[in-house]
Design a binder for this molecule. Sequence first.
Ligand code: PNS
Length: 174
Amino acid sequence: MVKSKKQVRDIFCSKLVIYPGSFDPLTDGHINIIRRGLAIFDKVVVSVAHNISKRTLFSVRERVEMIKEVFKNESKVEVDTFEGLLINYCRQRGIRVILRGLRTVSDFEFEFQMALANKQMEPDIETFFMMTESSYSHISSTILREIIQLGGSGKGMVPASVEKRMRKKLGGVK
Ligand code: PNS
């Protein structure tokens, strides 16, 4: 159903947005999306998914810690976790906008499916996409892990605090 201008305005005037993801770990690309999200919304809730189907490098607790560390001086960023369906979490929290970053064309297919599935389940929740800035479009957690494991530098890709934790966890070539 097409929404009226007022309905759309009401959704975006909620001023609260959720930025959900695995964040395994948080990258400079994620940080860029969060900071740009803050320029549009009053508050960004960064929520780490308990994703049982994914083998992760860091535990949910570690991922939350890393995000909190980076945004410790930013009162408009809240870090949380969620389990199960994202739309249920949004409903519980009264959040009506989901923020997602788009890096490449290959991201689009999955993001499109996810946005449509969420929309079908909960028509009142909108997904808001932001194109990743070009300097971050190549960054993925998988590539990063390989770089760190093989002794490369994560500068410009992950915060120093995250890189340190990755090195500790992955070891690898010095
Ligand atoms: O950082 P990611 O791995 O791309 O994040 C994907 C995430 C966690 C946002 C997505 O998998 C998700 O929303 N999971 C919760 C389960 C859910 O709601 N599934 C139905 C929509 S696809």
